[in-house]
Design a protein around this ligand. Sequence first.
Ligand code: HEM
Length: 426
Amino acid sequence: MADVDLNPGVAQDDVNLTSPVFFAHGDPHAIWRRLRAEDPVHWTSGRLTRKFWSVTRYADARFVFMNDTRIFSVQRSGANLPMGPEFEDPASSFFTEMSTSGQQLSVMDGVPHSDLRRYFSDTFSRKGVDGLEHMVRTITTDTIDALLERGECDFSTEFAGFVPTAVISAILGVPKDRWNDLYRWTSMLAAPEDPEFSVGTPLETNTAGVTNIMETCATLAEEFRGKGQDNLLTVMTRAEIEGKPLTRMQLGFNGLMFFGAGHETTRSSMSTGLAELLRHPDQLDYLYHNRHDPEVLRVASDEFVRYSSPLTHTLRTTTEDTVIGGQPVKQGDWVVVWFHGANRDPAAFPDPERFDVTRAPNPHLGYAVGKHFCLGAHLARLDMQIMLEVLLDRLDEIELAAPIEMSSSNLFWGIKHMPIRFKRRG
Ligand code: HEM
């Protein structure tokens, strides 16, 4: 394989893949399409000092996920590319330091990972999530009722983003008067280069978002300790990592995980879903007529996730020499799986660029697969199913009121603002 540095055209694509600002204005899909066809395991140099392998085919992505812990570690270097060169050194980026210290479920390997995951599994199992339906429905209807009279809103922030943040806050036990702060801090941590969320340099903005969320979660968890309350922060106070209760830092960092994982992803999937439905009125009509069929809405929500793939990538470090899709990869190399590449691979999905809410089967990797399979997948499906049902029930003649804006993030990529107009149905 040719070294991409020798080819200025290719190098520009590499720079773009590592540039959050490019994601707000450029077309990363064109890069993933080209890589998948021409160089599916691509040695990528971008604006980071470290190079990495970009994996863009479905079969290769599955291979990586199915060999987590055995050949690939998430713990050694964390689960995402540094957001910029200034984030590369754990000594200067608190987020990088935390992400590479094995103190949070999503960045742990092996037995400690599966042990900690077990503490959360009741809450997020299919049965556990079914028990949350009433709470999710109440939050969703209250949110939409408050918007109905206005006849317009920013769908992405005021509905698609607000509902999952409120739901995860309620599950954790975070009081209502903190929900808006948590929403803002999550945006600061996820898109620190975006001037809209900036409170300083990207590094300062990210660190402020991270520490505020961690502080809030850790303080609440310590307040809840021993009081037998029925919330997830209380569950965390009972959890152990390698036989020891979670430290204040670990309580904060695991609490933070749920905001990053649950808010940005569900918001993008829902917003992309509605944007595509507005482009495909026949599919909107089909969902309207089936809006009380949970199965139809769940199938649709899976297409929202495949099509939007809101987590753009995940990172692994190889623990031994291996071969991915015919490409030898050395021990210690970074491997980045780009979800959009895999989820639009024609080898896995017929007509992959087509948005189709009836697509079944839909074995997308938007929630990953294997040991780190999204813990919140059942909850995300329920959130989207109820949001869709309530939306279809109450809003009519929905249209875009201004152009859509995309977020400046090459980690959680998706719709940032989506102003819509609508009429109240009936
Ligand atoms: C559409 C919505 C969502 C998508 C597309 C999504 C996607 C993902 C993906 C791809 C992973 C694996 C990352 C990796 O392998 O490095 C993951 C892990 C995770 N997700 Fe989600 N997620 C969504 C919603 C949620 C929600 C609502 C929650 C909970 C509130 C959640 C909690 C988690 C957690 C805790 C992990 C780490 C699991 C582990 O490492 O064992 N996610 N998610």
